[in-house]
Ligand binder design. Sequence first.
Ligand SMILES: CC(C)(COP(=O)(O)OP(=O)(O)OC[C@H]1O[C@@H](n2cnc3c(N)ncnc32)[C@H](O)[C@@H]1OP(=O)(O)O)[C@@H](O)C(=O)NCCC(=O)NCCS
Length: 250
Amino acid sequence: MLNRLKEDIAAVFDRDPAVKSTLEVLTCYPGMRAIWIHRVSHRLYVANWPVVARMLSGVGRFLSGVEIHPGATIGRRFFIDHGMGIVIGETAIIGDDVTIYHGVTLGGTTWNKGKRHPTLEDGVVIGAGAKVLGPFTVGQGARIGSNSVVTKAVPPGATVTGIPGRVLVREVDDAREAMQSKHGFDMYGVTEEMPDPVARSIRALLDQTHAMESKMDAMGQQLCKLDPSFCDDKLPQLDSDAFSGMGDKG
Ligand SMILES: CC(C)(COP(=O)(O)OP(=O)(O)OC[C@H]1O[C@@H](n2cnc3c(N)ncnc32)[C@H](O)[C@@H]1OP(=O)(O)O)[C@@H](O)C(=O)NCCC(=O)NCCS
């Protein structure tokens, strides 16, 4: 119990540059009060004391402006910055190291019973005022922009902004695109936000190859001035067939 309290406090120091002291965390962070009260109310809920659990969560709401249904499952080092206007529904599941700001709703879009609220995997950050609505998963490390409205699953590591929420696609770097076409293959649709670790590795290799080729071109030009026969030796070209089927699954 004390360990959980200590790691909650450490999470505030990690994620709020404005914090000054442990005493401040214990007394001035409504989000902390909401989480600590939720831990007790969740236990009561699981122990089949749902009404008492709801009453206690109502006290938490009064003290923090954060309404967490006692049925919600919340992991470790959850940080609610500022509190106020936050609603977390009964069937929401929140992983470890998740951060949310004021005005966030983890809500449902149906009155049917059963899973109707989102699941947030570890390390998710949800900006102020964002609404995440429905029984889908927001993947590990994803970030939701402030005031976004998200109604569909979010891939791990993605950044989503806007209404409706869309994955932020960053512009493809011109130099990298030139390398891809030079080597005869196209990592179609692969962006900075794509979570595929193989694609990320290939992208890093392309950047490295581009830097090395630029350097070698400059060196080659100087060597050609000293010995023109040096320019007759061409570098071997990559075979584009070697990359065919890269995007295939299974
Ligand atoms: C979504 C977010 C995580 C993106 O951060 P980032 O990766 O640094 O992205 P950038 O700031 O480079 O912005 C990238 C693009 O998204 C846009 N964008 C960023 N946040 C946005 C938002 N909430 N809604 C709509 N568009 C947004 C930017 O204008 C920019 O557009 P452009 O490429 O056309 O210029 C961040 O903007 C955010 O909203 N964080 C939440 C912060 C918060 O709630 N703080 C409360 C503290 S009290």
